[in-house]
Design a protein around this ligand. Structure first.
Ligand SMILES: Cc1cc2nc3c(=O)[nH]c(=O)nc-3n(C[C@H](O)[C@H](O)[C@H](O)COP(=O)(O)O)c2cc1C
Length: 332
């Protein structure tokens, strides 16, 4: 076969693959040329001791890297891998929230002596930000954590925000602090390097909202002012962390309102991930448990291979290997 014919055959094979498996089609997100649309959801908090990434994170992310340009989503800060251009997200709390106490109401983390989260107090907010000098120069972007009952989510949600100042009460007021954080981080590193994770519909860690549709839409619209790279949102069906629930709620209004890349997460598998992309519900799909248990998830999706099962008992444990880097890849 001549070289030209070979190329045509290759291209038509590629087209076919894309049609069957949109998750494997490339996507250009800002300056990042992603080779597929499968994103690693944030999963790594407890392996970063004192919220500092440890050497074992290198293996974990390397195992889940398709090539040097694929995005990795986790918790906060994104660091350039010395061997490539991938995005890493590590602990953000130290860098971003140094002037605000951090705490959750839920089971995982509480402030010392039962103090309420800052969104339930009248402590003054000081929006001063600085990016840690040692990592700042090297990372490619930041995913701001605005989901799952963490600091910014506590401000947005009316079930946990009791403040009576300009950071509490109305929807605009509750979203003020998260938007100030986004503005500050974008000013510091450039909006083209900033994404945010949101979960307007989730209510775990005692962070629920009485009108998640309005909250989600308001945030999606407000984010446009900053021209950030992407918005990563947890599906309404994940009202709790891991159980899918029937719902008529949809992320479509947020998707339509937001002008950057839109990432969805929560309960996805290969089929409904492909369906979400085909239906225009999202540009990219994040996978949590499937990607944890299958470091070579894109390859397994490509070949429709059998998937490893996750081991829930090792989810929230600090071991540098077990339940973290010991899930096997397919034989090559
Ligand atoms: C072990 C583990 C750790 C997680 N850690 C975080 C986290 O630090 N921050 C976060 O926003 N979500 C975290 N999640 C939630 C996932 O990012 C994801 O939203 C959730 O697993 C649902 O997606 P899935 O159905 O694809 O697993 C974690 C999930 C697991 C299994």
């Amino acid at each position: 076969m001549k070289a030209g014919e070979e190329k045509m055959e290759e291209e038509s094979r590629d087209d076919m693959k894309k049609a069957i498996n949109p998750l494997l089609s490339p996507y250009k997100m800002g300056k990042f040329n992603l080779s597929h649309r499968i994103v690693l959801a944030p999963l790594s908090r407890l392996r970063s001791y004192n919220f500092i990434a440890q050497p074992h994170a290198i293996l974990y992310y390397s195992q889940r890297t398709t090539n040097a340009t694929q995005i990795r989503l986790a918790f906060g800060q994104v660091i350039r891998h010395e061997h490539g251009d991938q995005l890493w997200m590590l602990s953000m709390r130290k860098e971003v929230s140094s002037s605000a106490n951090f705490g959750m109401r839920g089971e995982f983390q509480t402030l010392p002596n039962g103090q309420p989260p800052i969104s339930s107090t009248d402590k003054p907010i000081k929006t001063e930000f600085h990016i840690d000098g040692s990592g700042g120069a090297r990372f490619d972007g930041v995913e701001i954590h605005g989901a799952n009952g963490y600091l910014l989510d506590q401000f947005m949600k009316d079930e946990v925000n009791d403040r009576a100042d300009e950071y509490g009460g109305s929807l605009e007021n509750r979203c003020r602090f998260p938007l100030q954080v986004i503005d500050a981080v974008a000013n510091e590193i450039g909006a083209d390097k900033v994404g945010i994770r949101l979960s307007p519909f989730a209510n775990y860690n005692e962070s629920g909202d009485s009108d998640p549709d309005a909250l989600g839409l308001h945030m999606a619209e407000s984010l446009n002012k900053f021209s950030i790279l992407y918005c990563h949102v947890i599906e309404p069906r994940m009202v709790t962390q891991f159980e899918k629930q029937e719902t008529t709620n949809s992320l479509m209004p947020m998707r339509k309102a937001f002008r950057g890349a839109f990432i969805v997460a929560g309960g996805y598998n290969r089929d409904d991930g492909n369906e979400a992309l085909s239906n225009g519900v999202a540009d990219l799909v994040a996978f949590g448990r499937l990607f944890l248990a299958n470091p070579d998830l894109p390859r397994r999706f490509q070949f429709d291979a059998v998937l490893n099962k996750h081991d829930r008992s090792t989810f929230y444990t600090p071991d540098p290997v077990v339940g973290y880097t010991d899930y096997p890849s397919l034989e090559t």
